[in-house]
Design a binder for this molecule. Structure first.
Ligand code: ADP
Length: 151
């Protein structure tokens, strides 16, 4: 018997959950892709957030559903507008790394009021996108806390 309370054990368990074991595959598009094609990609890949990368596969921006909706209600030709015109761009992107704690990433999602965060790896040219953590990821972690038997 460890003498630890239930909440201490729960805290310990949560602090073992790192980004690496829960992250999903990132869906990325190039900066020159049109808004129209980004919308198609979002439907085909069934994600709510796309990450935008340059020719070195480094992160330059983020596209949310509302970013694409906003661009769609104007009069412009969606095939003619590249996503780099409408995306949220670096350095204003909230990122995380594979060794970060899931609980810290969840806190960032809440504080910044966003749905997803790219998992990045530092490269000479910038930040390579290697994964994504979303609100869905956090929901899965929450469920795993109860269904996972080992501490
Ligand atoms: P939605 O706009 O569809 O509700 P979000 O809440 O995720 O989706 O996005 C809100 C705004 O924040 C959007 O303009 C989006 O580009 C931006 N955003 C989304 N994810 C990030 C991020 N990781 N870092 C910085 N900005 C982001």
């Amino acid at each position: 018997y460890t003498g630890k309370t239930g909440s201490e054990l729960l805290t310990e368990k949560i602090k073992q959950y790192k980004v690496q074991e829960f992250q999903h595959i990132p869906i990325v598009v190039k900066e020159e892709v049109s808004v129209y094609d980004a919308i198609s990609t979002m439907f085909l890949e069934d994600v709510g957030t796309l990450f935008v990368v340059d020719d070195n596969s480094c992160l330059t921006g983020v596209l949310s559903r509302k970013d694409l909706l906003r661009a769609s209600i104007g009069q412009q030709d969606l095939n003619a507008v590249p996503v780099h015109i409408i995306m949220t761009r670096m350095p204003n992107i909230t990122v995380c790394r594979k060794e970060d704690l899931i609980i810290d990433v969840a806190q960032k999602l809440i504080n910044k009021q966003i749905d997803g965060i790219p998992v990045v790896k530092d490269k000479n040219e910038g930040l390579e996108v290697v994964g994504r953590v979303t609100k869905t990821t956090i929901t899965k972690v929450f469920v795993e806390l109860i269904t996972d038997d080992q501490i």
